[in-house]
Design a protein around this ligand. Structure first.
Ligand code: ZN
Length: 137
């Protein structure tokens, strides 16, 4: 359930799609949902484009423009920008599992979002099996 992740930059998006897909595959759950949860206040998780690496670069750039590292913040730790970005990305994401596979769009990937690294981080994965496939629409 707990999965370690080592970030290497102060701000970084790490594609964890393959790791989550592998966890789902090893669970042998064919239908259900998987929840990825990040138990940190300066890191988050989001789903976005997996094809062009410039997209995550641009996302970090845009977030830094909106919420600069150094700004009018009071928080004594000096990492308020990271707290704001983490809340924006969110602390969890949910993906549908169908026939043992993640139902992501072609261009979608799951990203662990580091905003106050580098650090040793972790994320939790919870898989919920659907016993009644007929409720899927
Ligand atoms: Zn802080």
């Amino acid at each position: 359930m707990n999965h370690k992740i080592q970030t290497t930059k102060s701000q970084q998006f790490i594609n964890i799609t393959n790791k989550v897909a592998e966890i789902v595959k090893n669970s042998n759950v064919r239908d259900g949902i998987v929840v990825v949860y990040v138990p940190h206040t300066t890191a988050g998780v989001t789903i976005n484009e997996n094809a062009d690496p410039d997209v995550v670069r641009d996302m970090i750039s845009a977030l830094n423009k909106a919420f600069p590292v150094h700004g009018d913040y009071l928080h004594f730790e000096g990492n308020s920008h990271a707290h704001v970005k983490a809340s924006l990305m969110g602390s969890s994401c949910t993906v549908i599992i169908q026939e043992g596979k993640l139902m992501l769009g072609t261009w979608q990937g799951i990203y662990f979002c580091e905003f106050d690294g580098p650090r040793n981080r972790e994320f939790y994965v919870k898989i919920i099996s659907s016993s009644d496939k007929h409720i899927s629409i």
